[in-house]
Each structure stands twice: as structure tokens, then as C-alpha cells.
Design a protein around this ligand. Structure first.
Ligand SMILES: Nc1ncnc2c1ncn2[C@@H]1O[C@H](COP(=O)(O)OP(=O)(O)O)[C@@H](O)[C@H]1O
Ligand SMILES: [Mg+2]
Length: 285
């Protein structure tokens, strides 16, 4: 396996929204595979005990997998040695997957009493970061222990949101949580952007949503330029264990996800530079 030598070069993105069904998992899949198509080495970590990411990438019996993210984090909680690469699966479209299973919900409960419980995932990722250009964390629909662990481990947060008033207003709690984790645990954490998903373009809702986001959260929050349209092909692609790029490469959803990949890539070049600059400041203290 190619080593990127320096874990500073690995960007970590958390795909977060405490609301379910907003396209976190679909976005994690298509962003990861889109980046992998640009010859990058990408890992997706499924952090949801529902394991829908694991299932939609084709491992339809996650509870039969011998090693999942729950196994690895469980060993770290108990201070046992791990082989960080154990359990990582390889998808036909060139990405790696650290799968999840229902076991993760039990682990989350055990973590509540663990020491350094917020940085268990960060400690795990530190071991595998040298092997990847980027890691995408597909978060569960809560702001619980796994999402906090994801925010503690991430460089950037991507927030998929449906173009509805209540969904947009619900982001306030998420932004507060991000701010808290940034202050207490992970000073480098930043919001990469808000991604409008499941958009029905004809109704112009996406446009209204932009206005609501601007009004509620100000100009400083980046909103990705291309909303992801509602498309039944997206669902079909998941059922087939494929990305939208493989399933319907010339459709409007593949076009929009392709644009997201480009935007994330462009912004990503800045992240490595930021991390290195922050380290230099720390060293010079
Ligand atoms: N752009 C889209 N068009 C149509 N269906 C979508 C789209 N994005 C997601 N879906 C579907 O909506 C459901 C929820 O998406 P998912 O990514 O699992 O959300 P989350 O991870 O936020 O719970 C899934 O059935 C998925 O296939
Ligand atoms: Mg999901």
C-alpha cells in the first residue's frame, strides 16, 4: 500500500447532521468515490450503528463481519493493541471502507465511562492516516458520542441539509456543537460547507434555502455552489452497491456530485498548508 509518508497530508472530513435522511451517507459515498477517481487514496469510515453506508457499498450482512469500527474502537477503549488495517474492506470503485455494525451502539454506551472518550476515534485514525489522502467520516443522525468523536478527529465538517425551513433552522444546534468541540478539543476544526441535498430544482426551494441560511447564519458559512438534485437514480445506485458515477454517470446527480468533489478538492489543498502552519506555530512556542 502506498504511504503518503506524512499524516499531515491526510484530510479528515466529517459528514454531519443530527437529522436522518438528509443524504449524509449518499454524500459520503459519492464524495469518497469521486475523490478516489482523481487517483486519491480514500477511506470511508461508517460511524452509524445502522450500517447503511456499509450495506449500500455492497456488504449487505454487516453483522457477519468479523472486524468493524466497533471492534477497533472497543479495543482502544480497553487499552488493547490493535492492527489498524484489520477489517478494512476494498470496494470495486477504488475506495476503502471501515465498516460498521449494530455492535457500535453497545460500544457507544461503554464509551460514556471511558477515559478520553472523545478522542478514541482520533487515536484510531492517527494510525491509518499515513495510508490515505483523505478520510470521510459518515456520522449517525445524532449529536451523540460517535459524532463528537468524529468532530474531535476531523479537519472539516460537511453539512448536508434538505431545503426545508425547519431543517435549516435545526442546523443551529449542530453549529453550536461544532463550536464547542473546536473550543475544547479540536482547535483546527472548521465547517467546510453546507450542501443542499434532495433538492427539487423546479420549485426553486434551493434558492429560498440559500436565503434562509444566509439570514440565520450569516455570509461566513460556505454553501456549496451546486445543490444535489432529487434523483431516483441515487437510491437505485445505493441498492446496486455503486456510486452515482458508476450507476448513471451522465445524469444530473452525478454532475452535481462531480462539482462537489471539485470544490472539496480545491479547498483541500489549503487544509494541509493550514495544518503545517499550525504545527510550526506550536513548535515555535
Ligand atoms: N439526491 C437524492 N435523490 C434521491 N434520493 C436520495 C438522494 N440522496 C439520498 N437519497 C435517499 O434518501 C435516503 C436517505 O439518504 P441517506 O444518505 O441514507 O441519509 P442519511 O445518511 O443522512 O440518513 C436514502 O434512501 C437515499 O437513497
Ligand atoms: Mg446515514
Amino acid at each position: 500500500m502506498r504511504k503518503t509518508m506524512d499524516s499531515d497530508n491526510c484530510r479528515v472530513y466529517a459528514c454531519v447532521n443530527q437529522k436522518g435522511g438528509v443524504g449524509k451517507s449518499v454524500t459520503s459515498t459519492n464524495l469518497s468515490i469521486g475523490l478516489a477517481r482523481h487517483v486519491q487514496k480514500i477511506l470511508i469510515a461508517d460511524l452509524d450503528s445502522q450500517a447503511s453506508q456499509t450495506v449500500s457499498l455492497g456488504w449487505t450482512q454487516p453483522d457477519e463481519l468479523s472486524t468493524t469500527i466497533a471492534t477497533q474502537l472497543g479495543k482502544l477503549v480497553e487499552n488493547k493493541p490493535i492492527d489498524p488495517h484489520e477489517g478494512i474492506l476494498h470496494h470495486a470503485e477504488g475506495v476503502d471502507l471501515m465498516p460498521s455494525s449494530i455492535e457500535l451502539s453497545g460500544l457507544e454506551m461503554r464509551m460514556v465511562n471511558a477515559m478520553s472518550r472523545e478522542i478514541v476515534l482520533r487515536n484510531y485514525l492517527a494510525e491509518i492516516k499515513p495510508d490515505y489522502d483523505a478520510i470521510i467520516l459518515d456520522c449517525p443522525p445524532t449529536l451523540g458520542m460517535m459524532t463528537i468523536n468524529a468532530l474531535a478527529a476531523a479537519d472539516r465538517v460537511i453539512v448536508p441539509v434538505q431545503p426545508e425551513y425547519l431543517s435549516v433552522i435545526g442546523m443551529a444546534q449542530l453549529f453550536d456543537t461544532v463550536a464547542l468541540v473546536k473550543k475544547q478539543i479540536n482547535p483546527g476544526l472548521q465547517i467546510e460547507g453546507v450542501l443542499i441535498t434532495l433538492a427539487n430544482m423546479r420549485m426553486n426551494l434551493a434558492k429560498n434555502t440559500l436565503a434562509i441560511i444566509r439570514e440565520a447564519y450569516g455570509e461566513s458559512v460556505r454553501i456549496f455552489r451546486h445543490p444535489i438534485p432529487y434523483s431516483t437514480k441515487v437510491k437505485e445506485a445505493s441498492a446496486a452497491g455503486k456510486s452515482i458515477f458508476a450507476y448513471e454517470p451522465n445524469g444530473n446527480a452525478a454532475y452535481a456530485y462531480g462539482k462537489l468533489v471539485k470544490e472539496v478538492e480545491r479547498n483541500g489543498r489549503q487544509i494541509g498548508a493550514d495544518v503545517r502552519a499550525a504545527k510550526e506555530v506550536e513548535l515555535s512556542r
